[in-house]
Design a protein around this ligand. Structure first.
Ligand SMILES: *Cc1c(COP(=O)(O)O)cnc(C)c1O
Length: 303
């Protein structure tokens, strides 16, 4: 593999009166430090897929995403760094609209973008559609939306190696739940996990994570209360929280995922939800490039 940069991963410990009063330790696993674009969990979900692509002799990667897809921008940059072509199939655009900052970043790192209607995109996992796509792009290794496949889960499982053995609870934001399930599979079953779905009605993830885990469920739960109106939706309370969090702890959170997780964690903390004396590790899954769309509301540089 041409790229290998996980040595920058580290854990920051957060100091806060709410934590001290309940003797709770709160760490942040900084996967965002891996790379500005190939950041966080996206690198882990991609790396086994990229190995498979190279072993299969493919010269391009093809995947799917929305206009705010960190997966597409990470894949574009990772492909460029390893000398592979990349093709992004984008939901719900005609190609005439102004591209989002995320899509602009995809194009800047050499991704070829194709726009699909919502109706066409809905068939993105149909075997017959995929067979036609593969015939149209015979050199491309096709990765499902969000890196949501077995290789993605296997790669995400490698994040578990960065979790110290004295942690009681691992917390992370969830989109497809692939990262959550991948870590859950590799983690000691006694360690609890809490996921924050970032879209409205995110409790449907309960079923897909249950399915992904199969026989080895372990101890896990979801809290879908902190979606702030839906995927990539936000308000002043959330951006205010992000700015305060950065000023107090020097940890930049992203607007789509990690801000909602951390907001939820602090609200649960103040309501006494977490056990006194517990050791909690929040995973910073990256995604800071997504802050370019809200750079004017933030007091720290967008990734
Ligand atoms: C994509 C993403 C997630 C969600 O990962 P899933 O494996 O789809 O659940 C979480 N955080 C960030 C920053 C992401 O970009």
């Amino acid at each position: 593999m041409a790229i290998e940069f996980e040595e920058s991963v580290s854990i920051d410990s957060i100091d806060h009166a709410l934590l001290r009063s309940r003797q709770i330790r709160l760490g942040v696993l900084r996967l965002d430090r891996i790379h500005p674009l190939v950041s966080g969990n996206k690198w882990f979900k991609l790396k086994e897929n990229m190995k498979a692509a190279q072993q299969g002799g493919f010269s391009a990667l093809l995947s799917f995403g929305g206009t705010y897809s960190n997966h597409l921008s990470a894949m574009a940059a990772a492909a460029q760094l390893s000398g592979l072509r990349s093709i992004g199939m984008v939901r719900g655009l005609h190609g005439k609209e102004q591209p989002t900052e995320t899509l602009r970043s995809c194009m800047e790192t050499g991704m070829e973008l194709h726009y699909m209607s919502r109706e066409a995109y809905a068939r993105k996992d149909d075997p017959s559609f995929l067979a036609r796509l593969q015939a149209a792009y015979p050199d491309a290794y096709i990765i499902p939306e969000g890196g949501d496949n077995e290789q993605g889960m296997m790669g995400a499982g490698a994040i578990a190696a960065y979790i110290p053995s004295d942690v009681h609870l691992v917390v992370l934001a969830a989109g497809t739940g692939t990262t959550f399930a991948g870590i859950r599979r590799q983690l000691d079953p006694a360690v609890a996990m809490l996921g924050f779905p970032v879209m409205k009605g995110g409790m449907y993830l309960r079923e897909s994570i249950t399915q992904k885990l199969g026989a080895g469920q372990g101890n896990w739960d979801l809290n879908a209360d902190y979606h702030f109106g839906g995927f990539a939706k936000y308000n002043d309370r959330l951006t205010g929280f992000m700015n305060d969090f950065y000023k107090q702890h020097e940890v930049p959170l992203d607007i789509v995922y990690t801000s909602k997780m951390m907001y939820g964690v602090f609200e649960l903390l103040s309501s006494g939800h977490f056990l006194v004396g517990s050791n909690i590790l929040c995973i910073h899954t990256g995604g800071l490039q997504g802050n370019r769309s809200v750079s004017r509301q933030l007091c720290y540089p967008a990734g």
